[in-house]
Design a protein around this ligand. Structure first.
Ligand code: G16
Length: 545
């Protein structure tokens, strides 16, 4: 053990922490300008090694800043079944990340002691990275951290975040979830997709076409790798593939969702189905332009509605009594929640932002469909649900309709990456559903009409002054802010608004929805002003839109 600590001490001097720099574990791990992250990466290598020793399982470390600009980077830690690490370990990660250089060993020993880790236990860590220019040296820092504590590492190199989650889960289920290789990932998903689309007999070549905006990131590379396995059942025109444009710049899922407009770099014909990935391909949003050139977005809420409708219909056809629920966050459009609860009659839950929260809520049901409005989401099937579906596919007494439904459900389970939201897997599922239902993007869009909405960002000197409750729908501090929001909301029809500190960017996010776009824009601006005035705004006062 002594020798290991000496090695950590020696190696960490190559990855020194800038004195006084304090970083918080955010919505999805540490994330900031890449120049501040070298020590964080080394230490997260240490962290993952400890977590691996503790769980006696393989842990993942993904170097990415997802939707953030190219100059940022970050790290996401992946637990044994492919989920995010637990809140307790987020605290340990923060402790280790922020220990001054001379206190690193003390912090490390403290965590080992508190969590009663057997240091003689083997450790295995899978590492992946996105396409950012800083990712190569930062992932090397992670690998250095793992090696210095005597852990084994496997460097997957360039992969999407959900691919790394998948590898970790495959490894820890001894291959039951799939093979822990890219080949295994593509084969599992594409085979399931092709099985599903066999049920789409009337699908024309036009309907098989999809424009994909790769955000100039890793998702584009991986779509290219996978494409040939789709056997023309899906014909992809790939834009923003990274060959010239800048990562996430004027493109990608976050840009499209927040700006409510198409990305640059994509040639869109009216009526054509398009989708955008984000920078690490764990989010997806769809959209199209109508014949008047007007932009229509199908975000995470519309995706959740499409998927849950499909699953509910199949459960009825199969005669399976499984409890299905949809998990959303405060950003979910009011119309989507209304439609899901009142028209579809499914259970809807609301959690705080962050996949980790939605994922856990979804685990409480037989089938938990979770999506953030920004397009981050997946479907979780309980063990019971998977077993019942499996049994029905083999039931010789089952009628044709229920057997067909069971087979469709089984292939749906296989096309979905249940470890985390996955743009590639979600895209294949959505494409299969549209093909099977013979549904156009316009018909999908028409399921319900979104309430006009607006999202804004406000810069404040310390965003931690804002504290929220009720799944982030109400602010408890600073004093007077919630009262101000309440009275502003009252001035608009069908209105709702909330504010929360971002956990990935140094901003406060403001969301507003109302009966008209003018009203939503005005409310978002008014609430931004309240944040600026009551929560220590910096720079110029927010201007009306
Ligand atoms: C991450 C999280 C998402 C979250 C998003 C924005 O996404 O995984 O759950 O919605 O950040 O979070 P915030 O509003 O706190 O900045 P990604 O795709 O950027 O990793």
């Amino acid at each position: 053990m002594m020798a290991q600590f000496q090695e950590v001490s020696k190696q960490s001097s190559q990855h020194p922490k800038p004195v006084g720099l304090v970083l918080q574990y955010g919505t999805a791990g540490f994330r900031t300008n890449a120049k501040h992250l070298d020590h964080i990466m080394f230490r997260m290598g240490l962290m993952a090694t400890l977590r691996s020793k503790k769980t006696k399982a393989t842990i993942g470390v993904m170097v990415t800043a997802s939707h953030n600009p190219e100059e940022d980077n970050g790290v996401k830690l992946i637990d044994p079944m492919g989920e995010m690490v637990t809140p307790m370990w987020e605290c340990y990660a923060t402790q280790l990340a922020n220990a001054e250089q001379d206190d690193l060993l003390t912090a490390l020993k403290d965590i080992i002691e508190k969590t009663a880790i057997d240091m003689s236990q083997e450790a295995n860590v899978f590492v992946g990275k996105d396409t950012r220019s800083s990712s190569a040296r930062l992932s090397q820092a992670v690998l250095d951290g793992v090696t210095s504590l005597g852990g084994h590492s496997k460097d997957y190199g360039l992969v999407t975040t959900p691919q790394l989650h998948y590898m970790v889960c495959c490894q820890n289920t001894q291959g039951k979830y799939g093979e822990a290789t890219l080949e295994g990932y593509y084969n599992k998903l594409c085979q399931a997709f092709i099985q599903l689309t066999r049920n789409a007999s009337n699908c024309t070549d036009d309907q098989k076409h999809l424009c994909v905006d790769g955000a100039n990131g890793i998702g584009a590379l991986k779509v290219r790798e996978m494409e040939s396995r789709l056997k023309n059942e899906l014909q992809i025109s790939l834009f923003n593939d990274g060959s010239k444009g800048k990562l996430n710049h004027q493109c990608g899922a976050d840009f499209v969702k927040v700006q409510q407009k198409p990305p640059t770099g994509v040639v869109i014909n009216p009526g054509e189905r398009c989708c955008s990935f984000d920078g690490d391909a764990d989010r997806i949003v769809y959209y199209y332009l109508d014949s008047e050139g007007q932009f229509h977005m199908l975000d995470g809420d519309k995706i959740a509605t499409l998927i849950s409708t499909f699953l509910k219909e199949l459960l009825t056809q199969a005669g399976l009594d499984l409890k299905i629920a949809v998990v959303q966050t405060a950003y979910a459009n009011g119309s989507s929640t209304h439609y899901l609860e009142n028209k579809m009659k499914v259970i809807v839950r609301c959690t705080k932002t962050g996949v980790k929260h939605l994922h856990h809520a979804a685990q409480e049901f037989d089938i938990g469909v979770y999506f953030e409005a920004n397009g981050h989401g997946t479907v979780l099937f309980s063990k019971t649900a998977e077993e019942k579906i499996q049994q029905l596919t083999q039931d010789t007494n089952a009628n044709d309709e229920s057997k067909r439904a069971a087979l469709l459900l089984q292939n749906t389970v296989n096309v979905i990456n249940q470890t985390v939201g996955d743009a590639i897997s979600d895209m294949l599922l959505i494409e299969a559903i549209l093909a099977i239902k013979g549904m156009t993007v316009q018909q999908w869009d028409a399921i319900y009409r979104d309430l006009p909405n607006r999202q804004l960002k406000v810069k404040v000197s310390d965003r931690r002054v804002i504290d929220t409750t009720d799944a982030e729908r109400r602010a408890v501090s600073p004093e007077g802010l919630q009262e101000a929001i309440d009275s502003l909301v009252k001035k608009h029809k069908q209105a709702r608004s909330f504010v929360r500190p971002s956990g990935t960017e140094d901003v406060v996010r403001v969301y507003a929805e109302a009966e008209t776009q003018e009203s939503a824009d005005a409310l978002a601006h008014e609430v931004s002003l309240a944040v600026y005035r009551l929560a220590g705004g910096v720079g110029d006062e927010p201007k009306p839109l």
